[in-house]
Design a protein around this ligand. Structure first.
Ligand code: GDP
Length: 562
């Protein structure tokens, strides 16, 4: 009959009771077994047959016994386990929860887990009316505790994602971002936007349902115009939100920095000065650094990844042949620069004899590489290295440095003064050896300060302008937005764009430019608003979203016991 078809799926059914080891497996002082579902108290009574029921939300020490046999020293599983019982609904899953803190040896854990499984038979034999299958008490699926928390409205999806990020966070930056997402502000914002879209759609549908003879305060064109205006504002907010979200992602995953420059310009030396330990090989042999060495570092609190790469050198200018390996290295270096967030261009002052130290010669290959990066909108910082080669005293060196800086700016148009630094890795190295004579030998510190101000610029939240009704913390919240949320937001944005296109409201047009006689297809236009609202519902998993799809994505990274 029909009923057999709609029997609840094992994975989702919340009538079953689930259990799992929630702490990491292996040797430890204690292991925590978590149980969630309606059978918690029955399991407790089966494991602790002679004990009183546990006090709610209070820790009690109990001896655990094999539930299938009469309690005796022979059937003892753990002589002193800490037992915690939390009745629903104010629990982590929203259901009854029982926690058993047992001794951490693998054999103890195994015995207690087996005993919980055996409770199935014990409870069934006591209550004939319970006709559940063997899935009545069962081991939890990955992420199932959290899934139940979602089902019981204890957590919303953005919070769950933040929880996942928290469990994965390794650096301080990552942890802070994860914590940002852990409250309900993001969900509340998505829900607010969704409501606005539903309302806008409702207004348009009034037009569809009673067009001809109905009298409105506004003409249909005016109504479409005002709805479009609302939608345009929403679009802008979502755009900012997405931009800031990708900034958050940048901070979570690390700002990618590429070192770009000819062989021997001093890229490895600079990297070593920055990292403060020998992380890459410093060598005078050209092309030794053929492969990209990624170094993850914490730079003034910013997590970044620096790549040291093969030097760029144009094959045409070189007398000796460049080996295939080095050519491949150069290709990769350029590619890597284009994939980076910040490109540090390392140039070097020529040696006195032969060339002039105050005349900068930059390899065409490097110039081309930097121009490509500029075209791709990369943030560029230039470090003119080996300034120790400049002639004269410190005072006259200032002039020479200024002249070099001018040359760089002529070469790379659009580069401002505060993005060009003169450094000397050699002086920096000597400075550290001698115990610094100046506060910033080789000017490395001020170069790093410049780099950090670039980070700050990249990470600054968008959306703060005079018409903005929100303060900075509103926009900073978007830093905690996950990748999944971003892709749903982008979908939402696409539908809004389509809506605005179909109502002929383009970005630069004023909304009252809506063509009065235009045949705006209201039905199609309104559909776009519905799709946009659905994209937002996907984020929170509420409001008619296909919850199973969403949950699959969110929980795939969770492990058992979470
Ligand atoms: P890369 O090929 O760009 O990685 O360059 P390296 O870091 O391997 O440096 C090439 C050579 O330049 C090495 O012999 C370094 O000792 C030297 N060098 C690096 N920085 C300086 C500097 O500030 N001044 C001088 N005079 N030599 C430097």
């Amino acid at each position: 009959d029909d009923l057999s078809l709609s029997s609840p799926s094992v994975a989702l059914g919340t009538d079953s009771t689930i259990y799992a080891l929630s702490t990491a497996p292996g040797r430890a002082a204690i292991a925590i077994i978590r149980i969630s579902g309606p059978a918690c108290l029955q399991i407790y009574r089966a494991l602790c047959p002679r004990a009183r029921d546990p006090k709610q939300r209070m820790a009690t020490v109990r001896a655990l016994y094999d539930p299938t046999q009469a309690p005796s020293p022979n059937t003892l599983l753990d002589p002193s386990a800490l037992v915690l019982y939390f009745p629903s609904p104010r629990t982590v899953t929203g259901e009854d929860v029982l926690e058993l803190h047992v001794h951490g040896g693998p054999a103890t854990v195994k015995a207690v887990l087996n005993a919980i499984e055996k409770c199935n038979d014990v409870i069934k034999s006591e209550h004939d009316n319970i006709s559940q299958s063997s899935s009545f008490i069962r081991y939890a699926e990955p992420g199932e505790f959290t899934r139940r928390a979602f089902m019981n409205d204890v957590l919303d999806l953005p919070q769950i994602e933040a929880l996942g990020e928290t469990l994965n966070a390794e650096t301080e930056q990552q942890r802070r971002l994860a914590v940002r997402g852990a409250n309900t502000t993001l969900s509340a914002r998505y829900e607010d936007w969704r409501q606005q879209l539903l309302y806008a759609r409702g207004e348009l549908e009034a037009l569809i349902d009673f067009s001809e003879d109905q009298h409105f305060d506004e003409s249909p064109q005016e109504l479409i115009g005002s709805v479009s205006a609302q939608v345009a504002i929403l679009r802008q907010q979502i755009r900012f939100h997405i931009q800031n979200a990708s900034k958050g992602e940048l901070l979570r995953n690390g700002i990618k920095i590429a070192l770009l420059g000819a062989p021997n310009a001093g890229k490895s030396s600079l990297l070593n000065r920055v990292v403060g330990k020998e992380a890459a090989i410093v060598s005078t042999e050209e092309g030794t650094t053929r492969d990209i060495v990624d170094v993850g570092i914490d730079l003034g609190g910013w997590y970044c990844k620096i790549g040291d790469m093969a030097g760029l050198r144009s094959s045409k200018n070189e007398r000796e042949k460049i080996g295939a390996v080095e050519l491949e290295g150069i290709r990769r270096a350029k590619q890597r620069a284009l994939e980076s967030d910040v490109v540090v261009v390392v140039l070097s002052v020529q040696e006195g004899e032969g060339g002039s130290p105050s005349q900068l010669t930059v390899d065409p290959e490097v110039v081309e590489g930097v121009h490509a990066c500029q075209e791709h909108g990369k943030s560029i910082v230039v470090a003119i290295n080996k300034t120790d080669r400049l002639p004269g005293s410190v005072n006259t060196r200032d002039e020479a440095v200024a002249s070099l800086s001018k040359q760089v700016q002529a070469l790379f148009k659009g580069l401002t003064d505060d993005r060009v630094f003169s450094i000397s890795c050699r002086e920096a190295e000597r400075g550290t050896e001698l115990g610094s004579l100046t506060t910033d030998p080789g000017n490395i510190q001020s170069f790093l300060q410049g780099l950090i101000s670039v980070f700050e610029e990249i990470a600054r939240p968008e959306g703060i302008h005079e018409n903005d009704m929100h303060d900075i913390s509103y926009w900073e919240d978007s830093l905690g937005v996950t990748h999944r949320q971003q892709s749903n937001l982008k979908q939402c944005l696409e539908h809004l764009e389509r809506f605005l296109y179909e109502t002929k409201t383009t970005e630069n047009n004023d909304t009252d430019m809506v063509n009065a006689e235009s045949d705006v297809d209201i039905v199609t236009a309104a559909e776009n608003l519905r799709f946009a609202a659905e994209s937002l519902a996907q984020i929170t998993g509420r409001g008619g979203a296909d919850v199973e799809d969403v949950l699959g994505v969110v929980f795939e990274k969770f492990c058992v016991g979470k």
